[in-house]
Design a protein around this ligand. Structure first.
Ligand code: SF4
Ligand code: SF4
Length: 615
């Protein structure tokens, strides 16, 4: 058996790493629910597994998504990941070709040049030496770029590199040494005992008679082995845990598991440990770009949870706008994951809302449509008034869910992680909705819309007022005139990225105003800064975010911004006075054609309009 004491650091490190990984993965496996286990079992031997492997190749090895963002960054990641992978695979092939056995001890292919350096004068052997030197050069180019990126992040398309915790810093430093030390060991071996190709033999020749001698030969193999061993020992406690974990995450996703928003499930743990701290998402965060605040974004939050030093500010200084989620190259559901962490932290407190069960509210009138303005629309009453006028103009049989007495939808508490504690609010609202006998629930606030739609399990249709207005217009129940107004539309986070509603508001606006394009549309929309999900920001910081967003959207050329969220309206309007901020319902109301005008303009008024408007 081939053995030398210098292989021990590598072997100990590898054994340690595998043991910790198996222990961690087993703990996460126990978090799988029975339903999730069935999903995995059902999909294990299907083409989904093949798709999983394909994605592992394209994302974990080739880093296709990073390439799409920046080629240099993509090359850096690929040369390290794919290069190392090749080194292992080709090293194994070379070992079996040389020793004629399918398997050797795991350290033999890694330190092959130590155990085998005599030339057998077979062409294949020179070929292997050439290929292995080329792969090593490929990886070394990545190591150089990784070092250079820490100094010049902007050259790699990054506004800034992430700050490292101590464990990460040690692992990173060790990683930087691994491949130069391999080069050193193989080069000295090459010149003293033979073997190697253009790179290792070339460097060895330069060291001949100086550095290359019997002592440095042995020392360099020890140093290489120690660097590998240390890296393996630090890997499970550093950001490099993402290397093995991302593979598991990709497979779980391909087998059909999804991250839940209120629970630290098995897949949440995989996501938490799959963040590579690449920093790509930092530049999309308005806290970074507009407030120069960079400590609570996804990579920092995950790091603090992994290292058990989570703080209130790290957890809650986030708008949960979802912008970083779209840019995440690993596809981590940042919002759901942060929400689950908040839930885990906050769920220990008891609800103090149980008194709601005993409170009698005014009875809700029976109607076809029930309208929930929500707390924020009560604070921006123009929206509520506009919706009332619109309902009347379209002759909708509606009633209010919260006209005089308002029960919060529960979402603000849920955003703070208090899902369980918000249940009395949810149950109270459910009772009121049931009283109304309505078939449709209309909300003006996207925050309420999302919770009614996703968490209430209502058996009636839930629509945001943008979609409802579009339906009223499309079905001819509203008559509108097109004004001279030039506006830009601001997609509220919860309505756009949060609920995928992008087209309805645009269609409505185009009926009443001239809609101008901005660079911050749809998925790229900016947060207004008012987010209820952030409990740390001061009002002056919120104003900075709002003003920066308005400036980027309007370019100082457009003077009216239309939005579809009372919170966005209030935040933008409070931050400045130069730009008029309107809700979509308000501009629709402003452009309603009164029935009198219809009579004079049109010779024959459609009968359904006469009926609808009680003329
Ligand atoms: S959700 Fe928004 S505020 Fe929070 S870290 Fe991501 S981009 Fe920044
Ligand atoms: S959350 Fe995604 S994009 Fe952001 S640092 Fe982690 S892996 Fe990179």
């Amino acid at each position: 058996m081939k053995f030398d004491p210098f292989v021990l650091p590598f072997t100990v490190g590898l054994t340690f790493m595998i043991s910790v990984l198996l222990y961690q993965y087993f703990r996460w496996y126990l978090l799988l629910s029975a339903k999730e286990k069935t999903i995995v079992r059902t999909n294990l031997f299907t083409k989904r597994t093949f798709f999983g492997f394909r994605e592992i190749f394209s994302e974990s090895l080739f880093h296709k998504k990073i390439f799409a963002k920046n080629r240099l960054l993509g090359y850096m990641h690929m040369s390290l990941a794919f290069g190392w992978f090749l080194l292992i695979i080709v090293g194994h092939l070379e070992t079996s070709a040389y020793f004629g056995k399918a398997f050797e001890a795991p350290y033999v292919p890694i330190f092959l040049r130590f155990f085998q350096n005599e030339a057998t004068h077979q062409t294949a052997q020179f070929g292997y030496w050439f290929v292995m030197d080329t792969i090593l050069l490929f990886i070394l180019s990545g190591v150089f770029l990784a070092w250079y990126k820490r100094k010049k992040a902007k050259k790699f398309g990054l506004g800034r590199a992430t700050k490292h915790a101590i464990g990460d810093r040690i692992a990173l430093t060790v990683l930087w040494f691994i491949f130069p030390l391999r080069l050193l060991a193989e080069s000295i071996t090459s010149i003293l005992y033979g073997g190697g190709s253009y790179l290792t033999f070339g460097l060895g020749s330069l060291m001949e008679g100086t550095i290359a001698n019997e002592h440095t030969f042995y020392f360099s193999w020890w140093a290489y082995s120690i660097s590998l061993g240390l890296f393996f020992i630090f890997l499970p406690f550093s950001r490099y845990m993402h290397i093995p974990t991302e593979i598991g995450l990709i497979m779980l996703r391909n087998w059909g598991l999804k991250t839940e928003k209120n629970k630290m499930s098995c897949i949440s743990q995989f996501e938490l440990h799959s963040c590579s701290s690449c920093g790509i998402c930092l530049d999309t965060c308005q806290l970074t770009t507009d407030l120069n605040s960079c400590y609570s974004q996804a990579p920092y939050l995950y790091k603090s949870v992994r290292n058990a030093n989570l703080t209130d500010a790290k957890l809650n200084d986030c708008l949960m706008c979802g912008r970083c989620e779209l840019s995440c190259v690993v596809g981590i559901s940042n919002n759901n994951l942060r929400q689950s962490i908040r839930n885990k932290v906050s769920n220990k407190t008891e609800s103090n809302l149980n008194y709601l069960n005993d409170i009698k509210l005014q009875p809700i009138n029976k109607a076809d449509v029930i309208y929930f303005a929500g707390c924020m629309s009560h604070l921006t009453p123009g929206i509520k008034r506009a919706m009332e006028s619109i309902f009347k103009a379209a002759s909708v049989n509606f009633s209010h869910l919260d006209q005089y007495e308002s029960v919060c939808c529960g979402r603000p508490m849920m955003l703070a992680g208090m899902t369980k504690q918000a249940l009395p609010l949810i149950n109270k609202n459910k009772d009121l909705i049931a009283q109304s006998g309505a078939k449709i629930l209309v909300t003006s606030c996207p925050i309420c819309y999302k919770v009614f739609k996703e968490d209430y399990n209502l058996d009636i249709e839930v629509v945001h007022h943008t979609t409802y207005l579009q339906n009223l217009i499309d079905s001819g129940k509203l008559r509108l005139q097109k004004s001279e107004m030039k506006v830009v539309y601001h997609d509220p986070c919860e309505l756009g990225r949060g609920s995928g509603i992008y087209e309805a508001p645009r269609q409505v606006i185009k009926r009443v105003a001239s809609l101008k394009k901005t660079d911050y549309e749809k998925e790229q929309a900016l947060c207004c800064g008012g987010s209820l999900a952030n409990t740390i920001l001061t009002s002056s910081e919120r104003n900075i975010l709002a003003n920066a967003a308005l400036k980027k959207m309007t370019n100082d050329k457009i003077h009216t911004v239309v939005t579809a969220c009372p919170l966005c309206k209030k935040t933008f309007a409070s931050a400045q006075k130069e730009i008029a901020i309107k809700d979509i319902a308000e501009i629709v109301e402003m452009n309603l054609i009164p029935m009198k005008v219809i009579r004079t303009k049109s010779k024959k008024v459609p009968s359904e309009l006469l009926l609808n408007n009680n003329i």
